[in-house]
Design a protein around this ligand. Structure first.
Ligand code: NAI
Length: 315
């Protein structure tokens, strides 16, 4: 089911590898570039291992086998050659504004007038690094959620000067590869996912800092409580169901929520004494040399949850 359309991936780390697998799953020819040639080699090897694992667990996307998908992915150490003829370029270099600016200038110099130039940045609006470019209207952000194969959400964030058809085409290609897309109508640092995540993280920090709850227990509030509650529907729909609609929820809880929110306190910095407490508590249970084992434990469970969601949502 290979097709004659090419996707270029710039940066072959964690996220570049995931995008390569997702695009290949529906038959795109994928070319990955990195400034480090050894990163490209290790990406190609690791992608095959990951694709086979997904196939074994029944979570491989698309209709072609793991080996066939892998054959669609090639590496290239020449930037211009990698990008030439691509319909979509997915930038996946580290999260630094200077680096994003530099790579988008490189892309601007070689892009044609049709290519979509898409960044995977987790926090930075495209307008903060594309304003001066000739092809700035072809630039957009598509921020995936890690690990993308198990967590399909992707935030699509056009800049004020992104062409509407670029937004539309990017949404279509993301949905085609099986991502669940949300559109941000305006640019904001941190987009939606990380703003929510860091708002929560700030309150977690305050609760640990003032001794209200232990590190282990606050994590359990999420893993056995809110995380389970929100695995199938979001907080707004959950609240809607927890009363008789939102108006009834507001009558019952709006005052209480307002009063508790007033008590949240200043934004903490994640450093100092509380950092020692959080880090040492986790390190006593998960030593730093055992992180890979724990990551594998997590990924197996995320895979199980992704499978369950897929099966239940198909019913
Ligand atoms: P990473 O550090 O795993 O990979 C970055 C890769 O880019 C490396 O292979 C590096 O050699 C390469 N690179 C560095 N400079 C380059 C250049 N000038 N040209 C080409 N390649 C270059 O980083 P990761 O985690 O894959 O992140 C990439 C982007 O994706 C970042 O913007 C990050 O914020 C975003 N992102 C990361 C997520 C995560 O959980 N890791 C989740 C969602 C988005």
């Amino acid at each position: 089911m290979s097709r004659d359309e090419k996707i270029a991936i710039i940066g072959s780390g964690l996220i570049g590898r995931s995008w390569a697998m997702l695009f290949a799953s529906v038959g795109y020819k994928v070319c990955i570039y990195d400034i480090l040639s050894e990163q490209i080699d290790s990406a190609l090897k690791e992608i095959l291992v990951q694709l086979k694992k997904l196939e074994e667990s029944g979570l491989l996307r698309g209709k072609i086998s793991a080996v066939e998908q892998h054959k669609l992915i090639t590496g290239c150490t020449d930037f211009k050659e990698c990008v030439a003829g691509a319909k979509h370029v997915q930038e996946c270099v580290p999260e630094s504004i200077e680096l994003k600016r530099k790579v988008f200038e490189q892309l601007d110099a070689v892009a044609d007038d049709k290519m979509v130039l898409c960044s995977s940045t987790s926090t930075m609006p495209a307008s903060s690094f594309t304003e001066h470019l000739t092809h700035r209207a072809q630039c957009i952000v598509a921020h995936p959620t890690n690990p993308p194969f198990y967590c399909p959400l992707t935030e699509l964030v056009p800049s004020p000067w992104t062409y509407p058809h670029v937004t539309k085409n990017t949404r279509e290609i993301l949905e085609e590869i099986g991502q669940s897309v949300v559109l941000l109508n305006k640019e904001k640092f941190g987009f939606a996912l990380n703003r929510l995540q860091w708002g929560m993280m700030s309150e977690i920090w305050r609760l640990v800092q003032d001794g209200t709850i232990s590190v282990e227990d606050v994590d359990k509030v999420m893993s056995d409580g809110l995380g389970m509650r929100y695995a199938f529907m979001g907080p707004l729909e959950t609240a809607y169901l927890n009363a008789d609609g939102w108006k009834s929820y507001s009558e019952r809880y709006a005052d209480t929520i307002f009063n508790v929110a007033q008590d949240f306190g200043p934004t903490p910095r994640m450093e100092g004494e509380t950092l020692e407490i959080v880090h040492n508590d986790l390190a006593s249970r998960i030593p730093l040399d055992k992180l890979n084992e724990r990551r594998a434990w997590r990924d197996a469970r995320l895979a199980g949850l992704a499978k369950l969601k897929k099966e239940m949502n198909e019913k």
